[in-house]
Design a protein around this ligand. Sequence first.
Ligand code: FER
Length: 249
Amino acid sequence: MYLLEDGLRVHIELELPGNAGERFPLAVIIHGFTGHMDERHLTAVSAALRECGCATLRADMYGHGKSEGAFREHTLYKWLTDALAVIDYGRGLKGVSQVFLCGHSQGGLTAMLAAGMKSDQLSGLIALSPACMIPDLARGGRLLGLHFDPVHIPDELPVWNGLQLGANYVRVAQTIHVEDAVERFSGPVLVVQGEDDDPVLVSAAKAAAGKYHDARLVMIPNETHCYDRHLEQMTEAVRHFVRSRLVSR
Ligand code: FER
């Protein structure tokens, strides 16, 4: 189904746990850059969360999957307002007792930013391979494996799969200070990171985990950005984190 956010359709998929009672927790799940809600690692984390009794609400962000908006025009601000709208929709569903927020990569960064704005409304944040180095890379003119002048940003940046990304993506990213969002979230955090991911991502994820008030970092040896090799280790870390943070309804 679709939500309307600022006049544009945001594609969402709500799935209830097998034994949903009158009250149940809910987890919102956000994909990464060039991704979509049906990627293998996202359907897997979604299934793991339902095994813990959570309803899951996966969403396609602006310019991705089946949501409206052009990929070229997407920015972290647009993803953030989409994420806030999806969380608000989830919070408003009848029976929802508590809300977890989970994101992968750029969706992990988006989740970290949204969590900083909704610390009082979230029971936990799950950041999978969070791409929290994007703002620093944008300020340094080094996104997407490219080098550019960060003060005179080219109108379009080529993305690895033939897509083009507009300069406003970079201009927006340059203004974002992840440590502010980290400081503003006081709830529990799980960061999961594969050790064979891009080293820039690995060190940024470790650093972010170290700055949260209450974070657990699970490093998975010999694992990629999208958990291609040890998917079960990622989903097990998520189940363990969520199970100990369920409130009695
Ligand atoms: C980049 C590295 C990683 C980048 C984006 C990502 C826009 C995001 C990856 C993902 O969400 O999977 O340089 O630039």
